[in-house]
Design a protein around this ligand. Structure first.
Ligand SMILES: NC(=O)C1=CN([C@@H]2O[C@H](COP(=O)(O)OP(=O)(O)OC[C@H]3O[C@@H](n4cnc5c(N)ncnc54)[C@H](OP(=O)(O)O)[C@@H]3O)[C@@H](O)[C@H]2O)C=CC1
Ligand SMILES: CC1=C(/C=C/C(C)=C/C=C/C(C)=C/C=O)C(C)(C)CCC1
Length: 342
C-alpha cells in the first residue's frame, strides 16, 4: 500500500498560526472589484501554482487566500509568489479535516465573503486493496471527500445569500473512470463527482456555479511521494500474484503514462483560471485531451464491458505495446519536437 500524503492534527502544529504570520497575512485586504479566492492545499503542487497564477493576474482581479495545514511549509509558495504576498496574496492556516480550523479560516475572511472556493487539498492511495488498512482508506475519504464537503458547507450558505459564487473542485480523471490499483482514491473522487453533480442543480437556482477540474497525471509531490513509497512498501495480506501484477505490470505502465501524458501544475493552474474566467463555466473540465478517448469508453458502452475489457487488455496483454506507444506519444508531445516543427 502506498500513501502519497499524510493527515496531521491541527492542534499538533505549535507554530501554525503565530501572531506575526497572522498580522502580516491580514495586512492585505481585497480591493473593491477584486474576487476573493480561497484555495486549500497550497503548500505544494497544483494548489501552490493556482495561488501564484491568480495572484499574478495582470489586471489584479483576484485577492487570493492561499491556505495550508502547516504554515511551516510556506516558503515554497512565498518564493513563487514574490512581491504579490501582502498585496494580492495572503496566507492562512487551514486543515480541511478539522471542523474548527475550517470555521476559523472562513470566519477570518472579511464579511465571510469567498467569491471562489477552490477545493484542491487531496491525498492519494495506491496498492492492492487487501494490503490497505481501513484506517488509511478512511483518511483518503476524510481528506478528498469530507474535507471538500466541509469547506463547501462552510461557504455555501453565504454564497446562496449573496446569489453569487463559484465552487471549484480538483477532481481527477479518476473521478470519471476507475483505474486498477487506485480503487480507494478513485472511489473518493467518484464520491466528489456524485456529490457535486447533485449539488450543482440546486445551486444553479441561487446563481452559484460548480465546476470540476479533471486532470490526468500531473508532475507534483503526488508523483514523487508515490515513487518514494513504492521503493519501501511491503504488501501484507496480498498474495504473490497480485503483488507481482501491481509491481511488475501496473507500476511500469503507470510510470510510462506519467512520462508520456504528464502535465505540469502550471498547466492545471492555467486551465483552472480559464474555467473561472469563462462567462458560462462548464461543469466538467478535462485538462488533458489525450484522456478524452479513455473517459469516452464508458459512455460508448453503458454496460461497462468495453472499458473493463479495454483496460484489462491494455494492461495485461498489451503492456510492451503500450510502452512503445507511450514513448511515441511522449516524443510527439514534447516541446522540443513542437519547436522543431512549428
Ligand atoms: N498529481 C496528480 O497526478 C493529480 C492530482 N490531482 C488532485 O490534485 C489535488 C492536488 O494534488 P497535487 O498538487 O498533485 O499533490 P501535492 O501532494 O503536491 O499537494 C497536495 C496538497 O494537499 C494538501 N493537503 C493534504 N491533506 C490536507 C489537509 N487535511 N488539509 C489541508 N491540506 C491538505 C497537502 O498539504 P501537506 O503539504 O501539508 O501534505 C498539499 O498542499 C489533489 O486533490 C489531487 O487528488 C488530480 C489529478 C491528478
Ligand atoms: C495503467 C493503465 C492506465 C493508467 C492510468 C494512470 C496511471 C492514471 C493516473 C492518473 C492520476 C495520477 C490521477 C490523479 O488523480 C490507463 C491509462 C487507465 C490504461 C490502462 C492501464
Amino acid at each position: 500500500m502506498i500513501r502519497f500524503s499524510f493527515k496531521a492534527r491541527w492542534s499538533n502544529f505549535p507554530g501554525h498560526n503565530t501572531a506575526a504570520e497572522t498580522d502580516s497575512a491580514r495586512r492585505a485586504m481585497a480591493s473593491e472589484g477584486q474576487k476573493v479566492v480561497l484555495i486549500t492545499g497550497c503548500s505544494s503542487g497544483i494548489g501552490l501554482r493556482i495561488a501564484v497564477v491568480l495572484a499574478k493576474d495582470e489586471k489584479k482581479r483576484y485577492y487570493v487566500i492561499a491556505t495550508m495545514r502547516d504554515l511551516k511549509k510556506k516558503d515554497k509558495l512565498l518564493e513563487a509568489a514574490g512581491d504579490t504576498y501582502g498585496k494580492t496574496l495572503t496566507l492562512q492556516p487551514l486543515d480541511v479535516c478539522d471542523d474548527e480550523s475550517v470555521k476559523q479560516c472562513v470566519s477570518s475572511v472579511k464579511d465571510r465573503r469567498v467569491d471562489v472556493l477552490i477545493n484542491n487539498a487531496g491525498i492519494g492511495l495506491l496498492g492492492p486493496v487487501e494490503s490497505i488498512s481501513m484506517e488509511d482508506m478512511k483518511k483518503v475519504f476524510e481528506t478528498n471527500f469530507f474535507g471538500a464537503v466541509r469547506m463547501i458547507k462552510e461557504v455555501m450558505p453565504d454564497m446562496k445569500k449573496r446569489r453569487a459564487g463559484h465552487i471549484i473542485v480538483m477532481s481527477s480523471v479518476m473521478g470519471l473512470q476507475g483505474v486498477v490499483f487506485n480503487d480507494v482514491y478513485t472511489a473518493s473522487k467518484f464520491a466528489m463527482e456524485g456529490f457535486c453533480e447533485s449539488l450543482a442543480v440546486q445551486l444553479l437556482k441561487f446563481n452559484v456555479t460548480v465546476s470540476m477540474i479533471e486532470p490526468g497525471p500531473v508532475h507534483t509531490e503526488f508523483e514523487v511521494k508515490m515513487m518514494e513509497d513504492v521503493a519501501k512498501m511491503e504488501y501484507p495480506g496480498a498474495d504473490a500474484d497480485t503483488v507481482r501484477y501491481f509491481k511488475d505490470v501496473y507500476l511500469p505502465s503507470a510510470t510510462d503514462i506519467f512520462q508520456a501524458m504528464g502535465q505540469t501544475a502550471e498547466d492545471i493552474a492555467r486551465c483552472t483560471k480559464k474555467v473561472m474566467e469563462s462567462s458560462r463555466p462548464r461543469f466538467r473540465n478535462l485538462t488533458n485531451s489525450l484522456y478524452t478517448p479513455i473517459v469516452a469508453l464508458k459512455y460508448a458502452d453503458e454496460t461497462g464491458g468495453l472499458s473493463v475489457h479495454t483496460f484489462y487488455n491494455l494492461l495485461f496483454n498489451m503492456g510492451p505495446l503500450m510502452h512503445i506507444t507511450m514513448n511515441i506519444l511522449k516524443c510527439l508531445t514534447c516541446r522540443c519536437f513542437r519547436s522543431r516543427t512549428v
